[in-house]
Design a protein around this ligand. Structure first.
Ligand SMILES: Nc1ncnc2c1ncn2[C@@H]1O[C@H](COP(=O)(O)OP(=O)(O)OP(=O)(O)O)[C@@H](O)[C@H]1O
Ligand SMILES: [Mn+2]
Length: 507
């Protein structure tokens, strides 16, 4: 009897101790990480599924989700994280730039801001039509920014989102699936379809040049560009389309042929392009709805020509030689960029820095070229912010190489600096302002909320790189409205470096 009681006690003690041990064990690390970042229900299920199916292997392609704008309840508080600017860094920046009159400087940034219609009127006595929102946008293209009148842009975005579509063509050029929409008024736009949910993170084993395009990155970058005051990105809006009536029925023959019903009875297409236009990567509706980005077509190049320039900060686009010269040589800007005709005098070096600041915030490693309008003959042209389909691929990682133009050249426009420091020091953060702007899009929410803390984190690092520049270079040489290299003669100013087309013709 006594023996049995002792056994019972021992057993009870053992069970109690085991329970205590189990309770005190740390929870699965993946689970904790995911609980920390704000995100949608969609992310939790797809990511947890991915991890449980394949904890250490390659990412699998996630299922195509329903257009999130149809399921707003899935999105919780986007600002469930702390934005803390570094007071010491802020103080350091204020003190290093205390003698700089930013407002006086930024007045010189754009010496002559004219619209295309005013320019043609005064130089050629030509009147530009303004019959619809496309024509209004075209005629208001400026010599210092792509647009200035928000009402014109908002109406254009509304039309891009609502106007009935007349034809759908496969777009030539580029590498991944894109359509050209022709609307009732014969005006056009570029459509990029949604492939994955907003929470999809790029596979870390994929190169930037083989990553999937993301339609939401195009929309979000248009908004961020506007929030940052650049206004050099192409207006882009979200749109949910009916696969049958708006895409299939209006599609050209060679596109129509690629439509099919999947085993799940969803209507899908493959289209034709160089990458990911095959049955395993088919784009499917739910069951007949498809979301995508609609970006206004830039004016036809025969009327408003553009120059296509290869970026000096282009990556290698090669698996074998992965690092470009600029990624290994911190003197690259001084020796190889500031000395080039295109960058030695004028606005272009500052444009390049602005472009890379934007790219850093959005995580875009794919800046191989940039285009600029070749129409304001006597005025310097700006780099158009175009092609952001590969941005917002990772929220957990920052590629500081994207900022090398700033870190090496150490120049920045006073207006850009003013905007950045305002956002960094203000209680109304950059991500909040961006969120507010994107909320106006009919397909909102545009970004998975986990990208908001990523943007704030990157802004903090950007400010710290700026402080490094101010530490090693006098502030008045960093905050400039035009760059001029005293060692390079300025005489042949209008004889610009040949564009890529000219180089190709010569070859
Ligand atoms: N909105 C637009 N209006 C006019 N032309 C455009 C527009 N968007 C893109 N293009 C043209 O189409 C080309 C390809 O577009 P984009 O760069 O977006 O495609 P991509 O598939 O990302 O290409 P790549 O893989 O070469 O980067 C651009 O270089 C540009 O000249
Ligand atoms: Mn691209």
């Amino acid at each position: 009897m006594r023996c049995n009681i002792r056994k019972l006690f021992t057993l009870a003690f053992f069970v109690f101790a085991t329970t205590l041990v189990i309770l005190s064990l740390p929870k699965d690390n993946f689970g904790r990480e995911w609980e920390q970042t704000p995100q949608s229900r969609e992310a939790k299920t797809s990511e947890n599924e991915r991890i449980s199916q394949n904890p250490h292997g390659q990412q699998q392609l996630p299922k195509q989700p329903i257009p999130p704008s149809l399921d707003r309840s899935a999105f919780k508080d986007p600002f469930d994280f702390e934005v803390a600017s570094n007071r010491i860094l802020l103080k350091q920046l204020y003190s290093l730039t205390k003698n700089q009159d930013l407002d006086a400087k930024l007045k010189n940034e754009c010496r002559q801001n004219v619209t295309l219609s005013d320019f043609w009127q005064s130089t050629e006595k030509r009147t530009v039509p303004e019959n619809d929102s496309w024509e209004k946008f075209y005629s208001n293209i400026g010599s210092c920014s792509m647009y200035s009148d928000d009402q014109v842009i908002d109406k254009l975005l509304e039309d891009l989102n609502k106007m009935p579509i007349k034809h759908v063509h496969i777009m030539d050029g580029g590498t991944q699936v894109k359509f050209v929409f022709t609307f009732e008024n014969e005006k056009q736009a570029v459509f990029k379809p949604m492939r994955f949910g907003r929470d999809y993170e790029s596979d870390p084993n994929h190169f930037y040049f083989s990553d999937f395009e993301r339609h939401q990155a195009e929309i979000a970058t248009f908004h961020l560009d506007r929030v940052l005051g650049f206004r050099r990105a192409v207006p882009t809006v979200g749109r949910i389309l009916n696969m049958t009536t708006e895409l299939f029925d209006k599609a050209e023959k060679k596109l129509k042929k690629t439509f099919f019903y999947s085993p799940a009875k969803n209507f899908c297409f493959v289209s034709r392009c160089d990458y990911y236009c095959d049955t395993t990567h088919a784009i499917c509706g739910y069951p007949d709805l498809k979301e995508g980005s609609v970006q206004v077509f830039l004016p036809d190049e025969s009327a408003v020509p553009r120059k296509h320039n290869r970026s000096p900060y282009r990556r290698t686009y090669s698996k074998k030689n992965q690092l470009a010269e600029w990624q290994t040589d911190m003197n690259y800007c001084k020796e190889k960029v500031k000395t080039k005709k295109l960058y030695s005098h004028g606005r272009r070096l500052l444009d390049l820095v602005d472009l890379h600041i934007l790219d850093y915030l959005i995580g875009n490693q794919d800046r191989h070229h940039f285009e600029s309008f070749d129409v304001f003959t006597s005025l310097p042209s700006y780099a158009i912010h175009l092609d952001h389909g590969r941005a917002f691929g990772r929220s957990d990682w920052d590629d500081d190489d994207i900022l090398l133009p700033l870190r090496q050249c150490c120049v920045i426009r006073p207006s850009t600096y003013k905007t950045l420091i305002q956002f960094y020091s203000n209680p109304k953060s950059l991500s909040k302002t961006l969120h507010e702007s994107m909320s106006k899009d009919p397909a909102h929410p545009i970004l998975a909320y986990k990208h908001y803390p990523a943007i704030e984190r990157r802004l903090g690092k950007l400010m710290s790189y700026l402080a490094d520049c101010f530490e090693k270079t006098p502030a008045d040489q960093v905050l400039i409205t035009e760059y001029h290299n005293p060692d390079i003669p300025e005489d042949n100013q209008d004889e610009e470096e040949p564009s890529e087309e000219q180089e190709k013709k010569k070859a």
